[in-house]
Design a protein around this ligand. Structure first.
Ligand code: ADP
Length: 161
């Protein structure tokens, strides 16, 4: 079975990576779908996000990283995948994730969503928290993959964060 793990990944965190590492055990192949999401005005460009994820998952087999800017169900059709993988942290994620899963199923009745829970040490970790800590000069090295840390450091050095 082929699954797609969609998200903005601005930037990828150890929580995202934890979900990917659990997903590769469950599925024959996994595509990390990086949503361009211009509306959210991401800190990292779509190319940067795809690059840093590729470098962070290079140790895993059967994982591909692809950008998309269309509707998730259309991206899934083009990739011939019926399963959406999403991460569930606290209860606060649940309502939004349920809405999203049911909407995706309405748009494509064959679309099923699978939720995985990360290790509890990542429950309170989010991309927005990483951006906030980096912006204020804090150390994020235990919270993101080493390759992501390099991209954050470059942005900080150039004064872009
Ligand atoms: P989106 O903009 O679609 O919410 P994100 O990049 O924030 O994209 O997250 C993508 C997916 O990863 C979502 O299912 C989200 O719940 C999950 N996720 C985010 N942070 C974590 C974490 N620390 N642990 C587990 N799952 C996470």
């Amino acid at each position: 079975m082929k699954a797609i793990y969609p998200g903005t990944f601005d930037p990828m965190t150890n929580g995202h990576l934890d979900i990917v590492e659990r997903g590769v055990i469950m599925f024959d192949s996994l595509i990390i779908g990086v949503a361009e999401n211009k509306r959210k005005k991401p800190m990292f460009s779509i190319d940067e996000r795809v690059e840093m994820i590729k470098k962070s998952v290079s140790h895993l087999k059967n994982v591909e990283v692809k950008p998309f800017s269309n509707l998730l169900v259309d991206f899934m059709k083009s990739e011939r995948a019926n399963i959406v993988l999403r991460g569930l942290r606290a209860v606060s994620d649940f309502e939004f994730e349920l809405q999203l899963a049911l909407m995706n199923r309405k748009l494509n009745p064959e679309c099923e969503t699978v939720f995985l829970m990360p290790n509890k040490k990542y429950i309170f970790l989010s991309s927005s928290m990483i951006r906030e800590i980096a912006m204020l000069g804090g150390d994020v090295c235990e919270l993101v993959p080493p390759k992501v840390k390099e991209y954050i450091d470059i942005k900080c050095k150039n004064g872009c964060i």
